[in-house]
Design a protein around this ligand. Sequence first.
Ligand code: HEC
Ligand SMILES: [Cu+2]
Length: 364
Amino acid sequence: MNLMSSIISNLFVTTVGNPETFWLPEQASTVAQSVDVTFALINWICYFFFAAIVSALVYFAVKYRRTSHVMVTDGPTHNTTIEIVWTVLPLLLVIVIFVVGMRGYLDLMEAPEGCYEVQVTAQKWSWTFDHPTYGATEVAELTVPLGVPVRLLMTSKDLLHSLWIPSFRVKMDVIPGRYTSLWFEATKLGVYQLNCTEYCGKDHSKMLAKVHVIPADEFAARMVKLASEYVDMSIEQLPAYAINRLYNRCQSCHTLDGAKSTGPSFKGLWDRVNAGQVGFTSGEKLSDLFGSNTVYGVPENYIRTSILDPQKHIVKGFLGSMPSFQGQLKDKQITAIIEMFKNLDTLTDEEGNIIVNRDGTPRE
Ligand code: HEC
Ligand SMILES: [Cu+2]
């Protein structure tokens, strides 16, 4: 879009569902318009005063420039009319901005009755969205119905995060040990970006998610399917499911290409574990813990422990910063992750790109 036409279109951003402009992303929720009206109003006021002040400045600079060496003294010290004008005018403007802004703000703060509720958990560095109505969980993805008010009830597991969906014009801090909420009603089908907008550490910039707005009559069926998709899967189907649906919870700390991140890479993990070649900060080695009379009689148990009780053994060279997935992953999902480790070379290429879809078909 060329700059001039986008600036001009921005000056009139007051219709619902306005497309992207030079200043603002497209409007895709019911509150977007009132936010943009406030923005446009303040913007217009700024343009007006910028033009007025700069023209006066240039005009006075020219008109009163020094033309002789005669000293001029005793200018006016006081002008009641001007002083009243420059006090009352800004006061009126600020009142107008307040009234316009407040209307949108109240709208944003008060969720309507009967919202569809989603519970949001933020943690370094991912978003988990639970749909209690359906028992379904999404990670790094949030599916919402079109035209239905949705309320997000949010909390954080570690530190301050902030949830922001620019196209919906909603943003709210997510705080550990406390709930915050926000609501929106999507007005357009499509996929929208969700960001963390509170600097929360090393991978803050990767703490992203996609919001999928789908037709309201397809929503229930989609959620029911999501909640139970792994239940009837056979063991052969689990690896493709795990890499597509579960790995996004691990992605922020574990790579697939062998590179060290916050945690050890998943590449080659099964071979290391199976051979007992994992050293711990305690000085022990995994192979020392193997044996027929120990909990790690089969190496799979070590992976299970790593996921449910990650502080139990800390891998050498890493900090114990992995959160527990106790209560978040069902037994069959843990099995799916273990199967994913065992079959990782059929699921990813050399560079660690995922090459299968959820249903096991090759990914283009
Ligand atoms: C916040 C970062 C973080 C997230 C998210 C995370 N991990 Fe970890 N993980 C670590 C760190 C750090 C270690 C190494 C220290 C330790 O052993 O606790 C680790 C270790 C492991 C190990 C042991 C690795 C080895 O080489 O012995 C396994 C298995 C594991 N994670 C699986 C997972 C799975 C599966 C997920 C997702 C469901 C996940 N992790 C999510 C940080 C994370
Ligand atoms: Cu964050």
